[in-house]
Design a protein around this ligand. Sequence first.
Ligand SMILES: [Zn+2]
Length: 77
Amino acid sequence: MQRLECSVFGCGEANRDTSLHLLPKDHTTREKWLQFIWNDHVPENIPTKTRVCSKHFEDSCFLKLAQNGRVWPRGSS
Ligand SMILES: [Zn+2]
């Protein structure tokens, strides 16, 4: 089985208790995630397995995620 871990630089979280989230399809939200992960050095080819763990989100984000799928990591709004 493939090992999953967070793509955010310096994190590498792979705890089973932490949920990992694939990039959102919504363009605006996706851009915010990409900027958060790579800090304005977004690679030309985004790895398909890019994931962000729940540590980077406020709990309230998950409420929004359930409502409209548009959440972004803390500090990047
Ligand atoms: Zn992480």
